[in-house]
Design a protein around this ligand. Structure first.
Ligand code: NAD
Length: 280
């Protein structure tokens, strides 16, 4: 009888009611884990939990509030007696528009959800994992935190901060065998990406997939499970020597543009020829 990779293990996933979080919860459950979803949308979180069976529960949390985040993580330990993975993933698009029209309130709420929420989740995961002497913290960054121009200003800055914090704590926690890594998704078909929020429908997602498929070299949008698979790998024993990394999962988006496409303009004027060592 084969044992599943996460049999008997425990994961906490924030933002697990939708999109990437939902896809990751599904993958954890398929691999045998017990999962506690923390999400501000408790109705959607409960619906996800109910659809995935009796190893998944949901708790209402606003990741901007430290006491709610610490209580979420403690609940998982009280329920199942250990903590293998905390995936700090809850998020939204945040402040939009030009920098000179970005208000302080919009700045604050964006940083609070995207950065402070990850700080709280990392802090309280570390508190428990250090005592255990094992555990994996995975934080959701973004390609927008690596390359300017992909996401809105404050969103990108918050994601860059998430990546830096993850690397910084990875160094501190390494001596306790606790690992911390970030995942950096490209365009993933979720409610956040379509910009439709709760009115998101399969039709909006289909349209988003169609519009974005040529923007990433692999010729499709990412799906939540693409990120979930990376989170599971990072949290598995197979990644026991991996910490402080920001793993990009973007179908090649930020790797660059194929030489074939870049060179098209000037090869029209200068037909392609092969340079040989004796040319010089
Ligand atoms: N979809 C993409 O293309 C993409 C790309 C890069 C990074 N990301 C990141 O992935 C993460 C998940 O986004 P998604 O695309 O799955 O979006 P989504 O809207 O489908 O899911 C986000 C979830 O987070 C929850 N949430 C939002 N604010 C919260 C708060 N304050 N407290 C608790 N829960 C809260 C929402 O209720 C929702 O269930 C985010 O951090 C996002 O920035 C997404």
């Amino acid at each position: 009888m084969s044992t599943k990779r996460f049999e008997g293990k425990v994961a906490v996933v924030t933002g697990g009611a939708s999109g990437i979080g939902h896809g990751t919860v599904r993958r954890f459950v398929e691999e045998g884990a017990h999962v506690l979803i923390g999400d501000q949308n408790i109705d959607a979180a409960n619906a996800v939990a109910n659809s995935l069976g009796d190893t998944v529960f949901a708790k209402k949390v606003d990741v901007r509030i430290e006491s709610e985040v610490s209580s979420l993580i403690e609940s998982a330990v009280e329920k199942w007696g250990r903590l293998d993975c905390v995936f700090n993933n809850a998020g939204f698009g945040g402040a939009l528009g030009p920098i000179d029209q970005t208000t302080e309130d919009d700045f604050n709420v964006t940083m609070d959800v995207l950065f402070k929420g990850v700080f709280f989740g990392s802090k309280h995961a570390a508190r428990i994992m250090k005592l255990q002497g094992f555990g994996s913290i995975v934080n959701t960054g973004s390609v927008a935190g690596i390359r300017a121009g992909i996401g809105p200003h404050i969103y990108g800055a918050a994601k860059a901060a998430v990546i830096f914090l993850t690397q910084s704590i990875a160094l501190e926690l390494a001596e306790t065998k606790v690992r911390a890594n970030a995942v950096c998704p490209g365009y993933i078909a979720t409610a956040l990406a379509t910009g439709r929020g709760e009115s998101n429908t399969d039709r909006h997602l289909m349209k988003f997939r169609e519009v974005c498929k040529d923007m990433q070299p692999l010729g499709r949008t990412g799906e939540p499970e693409d990120i979930g698979n990376a989170v599971l790998w990072l949290s598995s024993d197979e990644a026991s020597f991996v910490t402080g990394q920001a793993i990009v999962i973007d179908g090649g988006l930020i790797t660059g543009t194929a030489w074939r496409d870049q060179s098209a303009a000037f090869t029209e004027a200068n037909p392609i020829r092969v340079y040989r060592p004796d040319d010089v």
